[in-house]
Design a protein around this ligand. Structure first.
Ligand code: HAM
Length: 418
């Protein structure tokens, strides 16, 4: 029996890569424009890091972690998300001594043992962007504006849902009210909500059950219970977003699946993705650095699922692979000479290729066209013919002696062939 990729994982095939490339190129360009620098962290960490940061009761920690013991009997976990790692690196390398905020981005695979469905994988890629060390609401707005610019550049029409979920000062009193309300309605709650009520009541709002969602319309919301500082911070985030021209919908019941969030919480949702419609999400996490042993350090960030972004961006404007020259072995061609010239073209920075599948001359021509080659070079026994693509079809330049091929290909087509 043949072996297939593990359930919930996927391959990105060469023909799919141009779409990924475009998404990642835009991300890299925009992160640089907004002043974020790349960070690379390990694929696995001590289990304790995620257990402490995400919250024992979160789905990630309670059911989704890929944890294992290594040969030295340490408990390790394949990263389910990147934020805790960046905070760990921030503390470990004393980044609080650098100018604040420390602004980082990374693109990396994440691992969660969830039920696979459209847009939900067990290994998936995230763009993860963090700004650590400042509580300025302009920073929350900057990160949201960055996502907005990225989605716009990719032609994705997503809706931004925005909320504030308070902090240590105002959340405890609100939670008491919420718990009292949940107790009053306990017979109407589903099993999942009853479980969350016991462990992390705010996450009761994170439900896909429409009946429960309707019931929760009547529950007290955190927005009505914010303390003066949180309210002021939230108002400032909105003012800065207005200044950036980013539209949002205030969503008073929006909560996040991880326990580390404070104040700003947001999600970009895109149509056409079914149940897993969040293409990008995040918020402020002012206590996370402290929770894992660092000094009190406010921070804000977001992460986007690259698969969902690629799915939403669709095929639009994805070009061919961009072969510059394709060499064709015609009647009497010397393949050794062709290989030499191929190398020279590549040394000069061109993407060049030839046939390795014993195709007929016609077959080679088709292959060159399939690769979108700008120039086809047919080798005969004593000379070569260059053909250039212009206005949709290939047009030939006069025969070229071998020692002129590289120069002529580099020079591009003659004016009358354009
Ligand atoms: P998250 O909401 O768990 O947040 O994930 C962020 C995004 O990753 C989601 O909106 C979705 O696009 C994508 N995603 C999550 N799980 C899957 C999956 N199983 N398959 C495919 N895509 C998925 C975080 O991870 C936080 N670290 C975000 C953050 C950064 N908050 C502050 N800084």
């Amino acid at each position: 029996m043949s072996i297939e990729a593990p359930k919930g994982t996927h391959d990105v095939l060469p023909r799919e890569w141009p779409a990924w490339q475009r998404v990642l190129d835009e991300a890299e360009r925009l992160c640089a424009a907004y002043g974020y620098r790349r960070i690379v962290t390990p694929t696995f960490e001590e289990t304790e890091l995620f257990a402490r940061s995400s919250g024992e009761a979160s789905d990630i920690v309670s059911k989704e972690m890929y944890s294992f013991e290594d040969r030295g009997e340490r408990s390790l976990t394949l990263r389910p998300e990147g934020t805790a790692q960046v905070c760990r690196a921030y503390i470990e390398h004393g980044l609080q001594r650098e100018p604040q905020p420390v602004k980082t981005w990374m693109v990396a695979p994440m691992f969660r043992y969830a039920r696979p469905q459209k847009g939900r994988y067990r290994e998936f890629w995230q763009l993860s962007v963090e700004a650590i060390g400042c509580e300025d609401p302009a920073l929350d707005a900057e990160l949201i504006a960055l996502q907005h610019a990225w989605l716009k550049a990719l032609g994705i029409e997503a809706t931004l849902l925005l909320n504030s979920i308070g902090d240590r000062a105002c959340r405890p009193a609100y939670l008491e009210r919420l718990e009292a309300w949940l107790d009053e309605h306990s017979s109407e709650l589903d099993a999942e909500a009853r479980h969350k009520r016991e462990t992390s009541p705010l996450r009761v709002f994170d439900t896909k059950n429409p009946e429960l969602a309707a019931l929760l319309e009547g529950a007290p919301t955190i927005g009505d219970a914010l303390c003066a500082e949180c309210r002021e911070h939230f108002e400032a985030v909105k003012t800065f977003l207005d200044a950036c021209g980013v539209a949002y919908e205030v969503a008073p019941r929006l909560v996040r699946g991880l326990d580390y969030y404070t104040r700003t919480a947001f999600e970009f949702v895109a149509p056409g993705l079914g149940a897993q419609d969040a293409v990008s999400a995040g918020g402020r996490y002012d206590y996370l650095v402290e929770t894992i042993g660092g000094p009190p350090t406010p921070a804000v960030g977001f992460a986007s699922g690259i698969e969902r972004i690629v799915l939403s961006a669709g095929e639009s404007e994805v070009g061919k692979d961009g072969t510059d020259a394709f060499l064709i072995a015609a009647e009497g061609a010397d393949r050794v000479l062709m290989v030499k010239i191929l190398e020279e073209l590549r040394e000069n920075g061109l993407a060049a290729d030839m046939d390795y599948a014993s195709r007929s001359t016609k077959g080679q021509l088709t292959q060159g066209q399939r690769l979108g080659a700008r120039c086809l070079v047919s080798f005969y026994s004593k000379s070569a013919l260059l053909e250039w693509v212009g206005s949709g079809k290939y047009r030939g330049e006069p025969v070229t002696p071998f020692d002129e091929i590289v120069k002529n290909v580099l020079a591009g087509p003659r004016g009358d062939l354009l």
